[in-house]
Design a protein around this ligand. Structure first.
Ligand SMILES: *[C@@H]1O[C@H](CO)[C@@H](O)[C@H](O)[C@H]1NC(C)=O
Length: 291
């Protein structure tokens, strides 16, 4: 291998014309959401989809604002387009009407493709919404606090989440996020919102897709968006409150969860039970709790 090809694995095949094989073309037009939740998930991960549908995914009207949710999938495997899993996905789509599946291979190294295909979809099919949030399928989301925050934030050129500043580029080859100096000589990344959950105003998807044509997309999806934002000259914003987004799992406590927007969860935690407790009776919380 020579030249750029030696480092091909750090980039993804984008831009490229991918096609949706399961789509919801009319849904945004019909529902007119204020906020769209976009959840990337692996095709086989029915467990997370069911969990989300039974928890924060069922919130569809918050403070008078419509919230919609879609799951974003790629292909389970090369040549599996007509396999059993694909049949099940079509059935699931008929039942719930919330699946979007594009024809790229769904794997960790292709997450940047997933994100950009999501941006294309938002621009094409949901540009009347005010905000979109990309959120990972293993997160807890306080939808009410999210909507409430978004009633007061800028509606154009806006991106927020857990914004990293001067994040070091990983040079240790054993790191999940390893990046050779030949691919990226800079020691730090531009400011970017962590991929676990970020919000964009709906004017941004088109601009990000355009910016992406001028930047060779790295496989790390949130970093790639950081480069796109830098290209656009738009700075991702810190959230209005410091403790809204959490990258380390916040242990469940109803009062703590009533103050945050999104947190990672412990693997194998009972998210359905947490949601039932959280969304149960009203609870008055002390203002001086740890969050
Ligand atoms: C990413 O998706 C493209 C398009 O389906 C595919 O050609 C490529 O092999 C995938 N990448 C990996 C690492 O599997």
């Amino acid at each position: 291998m020579s030249g750029e090809d030696a480092y091909k694995q750090y980039f993804v095949e984008y831009p490229h014309e991918y096609h949706f094989i399961i789509n919801e073309e009319e849904k945004c037009e019909q529902l007119r959401p204020f906020l769209v939740l976009m959840v990337p998930v692996a095709p086989h991960n029915l467990v997370d989809r069911e969990t989300i549908r039974r928890t924060w995914g069922k919130e569809s009207l918050i403070l008078g604002n419509v919230v919609s949710l879609f799951f974003l999938l790629g292909l389970a495997g090369e040549g599996q387009g007509d396999g059993q899993l694909q049949q099940q996905l079509r059935q699931e789509s008929r039942e719930h009407g919330d699946l979007l599946q594009s024809d790229f291979l769904d794997c960790y190294q292709n997450l940047t493709i997933k994100t950009m295909v999501m941006m294309e979809w938002l621009d094409t099919h949901c540009s009347t919404a005010t905000y979109a949030m990309k959120i990972d399928s293993d997160m807890f989301l306080n939808v009410r606090n999210l909507v409430s925050m978004l009633l007061d934030t800028p509606r154009r050129g806006y991106m927020t989440g857990l914004v990293e500043t001067d994040a070091e580029v990983q040079r240790d080859p054993s790191s999940k996020w390893y990046m050779p100096v030949e691919v990226l000589p800079e020691p730090v990344y531009p400011r970017y919102a962590l991929g676990l959950g970020y919000v964009v105003s709906l004017d941004l998807p088109r601009k990000l897709v355009e910016a992406s044509r001028h930047i060779r997309p790295l496989y790390i999806e949130d970093v790639h968006l950081g480069f796109c934002m830098k290209y656009l000259g738009i700075d991702p914003s810190d959230p209005p409150k410091e403790n809204y987004f959490h990258v380390a799992p916040v242990p469940y406590d109803r009062c703590d969860y009533s103050k945050l927007i999104a947190t990672t969860t412990e693997p194998y935690s009972d998210r359905i039970h947490v949601w039932e407790d959280f969304s149960g009776a009203e609870l008055v919380c002390q203002e001086d709790s740890s969050l």
